[in-house]
Design a protein around this ligand. Sequence first.
Ligand SMILES: C[S@@+](CC[C@H](N)C(=O)[O-])C[C@H]1O[C@@H](n2cnc3c(N)ncnc32)[C@H](O)[C@@H]1O
Length: 235
Amino acid sequence: MRNMAEISVEKQLEKMRQDWDERAKENARYYVATGNEEWTDDEFFASGERTVAEEILTDMGNICQGKKPGDMRVLEIGCGAGRVTRALAKLFGEVHAVDVSGEMVRLARQATAPFPNAFIYQNNGQDLSVVPELLFDFAFSTIVFQHIPSRRIIENYVRETSRLLRPGALFKFQVQGDSTLKTTPDDTWLGVPFSESQALDMAYRCGFENRYRHGAGEQYFWLWFFKQVPERERR
Ligand SMILES: C[S@@+](CC[C@H](N)C(=O)[O-])C[C@H]1O[C@@H](n2cnc3c(N)ncnc32)[C@H](O)[C@@H]1O
């Protein structure tokens, strides 16, 4: 019998898509934000506004770097049912969001239908090749990498985000920081943990500077990765 430790990346990607499609069909909003089993539209989207208020509006210096939000193009990884995407589309000029689950993408498109500046794509679960090759001013991801059981896939997303961000721009995201939890390569709920040094090494390998960290060792380990500016562009 094949050991689960040997599961291939292809199998992991297929399992992530299937498991999240099933969760979306069963109760998408609950699996997106487990605080409530029966979210109303208003409550669900208000919780996305709260995420933006807490994680973005309090951090506009790092995020906007002098630009007006309305002039900024933003990327979101793992948009789920559009809870945060909708709030991002109210604030920023353009939002491009990906999710591995076709069911989640369908719901996110419904949620953002009133916002013609929101673009939602189903991706393959490991890269951003479905996103147009545009220059992005900010990238965000919340409660997504906590669920990904492979460091290789997470690092691939970080490298891909670096490809699309303009030099100096911020990728603000979370990983799983609690290494005491038992994770397995086929578990698409409990993602692989990162230590501080693993996060720092990943930033360096992917062309970022990890300027701030918050929540190391905890479930919600926030990382501020700024895309490195090439020497010739520094003043
Ligand atoms: C807990 S939900 C959070 C959704 C959204 N970020 C929010 O806060 O409302 C996690 C989302 O990540 C997506 N996801 C999981 N693994 C993914 C992967 N490898 N690539 C892209 N999306 C993924 C799931 O389909 C799901 O929609």
